[in-house]
Design a protein around this ligand. Structure first.
Ligand code: NAP
Ligand code: HSE
Length: 435
């Protein structure tokens, strides 16, 4: 097979962009062996061409002028690795409409503007690939779109943000939240603005993309219910440990009777569940479907070279399929309704603080029963002048748990905030022991 020189371009030459260039150079022989092509970075867009770079680009490669990329017909594929929705979105649309294939690592862009982007790709007759936008190195989009094409996936559970998983793991080891966040930033896991990570916005974008691909119905970012990790205290981490569980930021996309629910929030994960073993900046996605029962993919969810491996794989896939008629078209083929808030069933952990005297437990039990919440486990600990009740419920629709909590907060015996977190477990809650 004779070698073909393939000029490619990058929009962005930061943590991921420079790593893409490095991987393309270092793996040029492997890529050529398997595809016959040598991908060469001809241009890379940056803001500041004079800035010192981790992996230096040859003279003339860095440019601050997008037009030099847009107007160069020799460029076979462009990787968007600059971040932010604009101007990245406008550049990607221009490229697609002009018939230039694009791969992107930008989850906010794909989650917010997927419909428009795929329309432009279809109009330009080119591919738009976005593997690196979800869980960096883990090839979950390819698995969902290609390997599981005939599997009716009805649930996606994931740890899809490396920064928050790293922070929660470090908090379990005794580090403070602030120390752990600073370390995650130093290691290059966090977004430019780490608010997106700790408030769950980064994870919500990834879950919107995963749900859209898994269910074939567009899930807009605004439809994802989001809670971050700022409210996770060391008390909560300790309560989870006492229940033989770990606190994790969990993304959950569920199909119930052809209606969709997608949410991100802290949850108690049973130690024996595969997601409980996911430590540090690693991510994992569990796919549950009719024919496969379940498949869990785990791997690095952040980091320059890790993300670059997915970007490069997408670039190689584009170059390898140009001219074959194979298009990565919009994964959306139907429109599903959202599941009404409150109908999603899950077991829950409840933390209640109440006056410690005769009859109070009976009042709590009465309110739980009135809302149709069944108790699977209950432990009482002495608090500061009151009692703390740790309750694990049987599977219950979220709305019923919320109603019970509202009623309990209104009791004169209630002391302090009553809260609930979903429990993720493969075992029946009956089997969940107390450590
Ligand atoms: P980064 O280090 O901040 O790099 C951004 C690059 O884009 C820089 O080279 C910057 O130029 C350039 N850039 C930004 N705005 C620009 C503009 N308006 N015009 C021209 N150039 C511009 O970001 P990153 O960590 O590599 O992330 C890139 C993308 O990958 C983001 O969408 C992110 O969400 C995604 N991603 C990152 C990771 C990760 O672990 N880092 C993992 C998965 C996905 P200058 O260098 O001149 O400032
Ligand atoms: N900031 C993201 C994370 C990496 O911590 O998972 C890119 O998706």
């Amino acid at each position: 097979m004779s070698s073909v020189d393939v000029p490619v371009a990058l929009l962005g030459y930061g943590t991921v962009g420079a790593a893409v260039h490095r991987l393309l150079e270092e793996s040029a022989d492997e890529i050529e062996r398997s595809t016959g092509h040598r991908l060469r970075v001809a241009r890379a867009l940056v803001r500041d061409t004079a800035k010192e770079r981790g992996f230096a680009a040859a003279a003339g490669v860095l440019t601050a002028d997008f037009a030099t990329i847009r107007d160069d017909p020799s460029i076979a594929v462009v990787a968007e690795v600059m971040g932010d929705v604009e101007p990245a979105g406008a550049y990607v649309l221009e490229l697609l409409r002009a018939g230039r294939p694009v791969v992107t690592a930008n989850k906010q862009l794909v989650a917010r503007h997927g419909a428009e982007l795929f329309e432009a790709a279809a109009a330009g007759g080119v591919q738009l690939r976005f593997e690196a936008s979800v869980c960096a190195a883990i090839p979950v989009i390819k698995v969902l779109r290609e390997s599981l094409v005939v599997t009716n996936v009805h649930r996606v559970l994931g740890i899809v943000n490396g920064t928050t998983n790293f922070i929660l793991s470090e908090m379990e080891a005794g580090r403070s939240y602030a120390e752990a966040l600073a370390e995650a930033q130093r290691l290059g896991y966090a977004e430019g603005d780490p608010t997106d990570d700790v408030e769950g916005i980064d994870a919500a974008a990834k879950m919107a993309i995963l749900a859209t691909v898994a269910f074939g119905s567009r899930v807009p970012l605004e439809a994802v219910s989001v809670e971050g990790i700022r409210g996770v205290t060391s008390d909560l981490v300790a309560a989870a440990r006492a229940l033989d569980m770990r606190v994790k930021l969990i993304g959950r996309a569920t199909l119930v009777d052809q209606r969709v629910d997608v949410r991100v929030g802290p949850a108690f994960v049973d130690q024996r569940h595969p997601l409980a073993a996911v430590d540090g900046a690693f991510n994992a996605v569990m796919l549950q479907g009719d024919a496969i029962r379940e498949i869990t993919l785990e791997g690095p969810g952040a980091g320059g070279i890790e993300t670059a491996s997915a970007v490069v794989a997408d670039m190689v896939a584009v170059v390898g399929t140009i001219g074959t008629g194979f298009l990565q078209s919009d994964p959306v083929w139907r429109t599903l309704e959202p599941l009404p808030a409150g109908e999603l069933p899950s077991p829950y952990y409840l933390r209640l603080q109440v006056e410690d005297r005769a009859g109070v437990l009976a009042r709590i039990a009465h309110e739980l029963a009135a809302a149709g919440v069944s108790v699977a486990r209950l432990v009482q600990q002495p608090g500061d002048g009151h009692a703390v009740l740790h309750v694990v419920t049987h599977e219950t629709p979220a709305g019923q748990v919320a109603a019970a909590l509202d009623a309990i907060r209104g009791l004169p015996e209630s002391r302090g905030e009553a809260s609930a977190l979903p429990v993720v477990s493969d075992r029946g809650v009956e089997e969940l022991g107390w450590a």
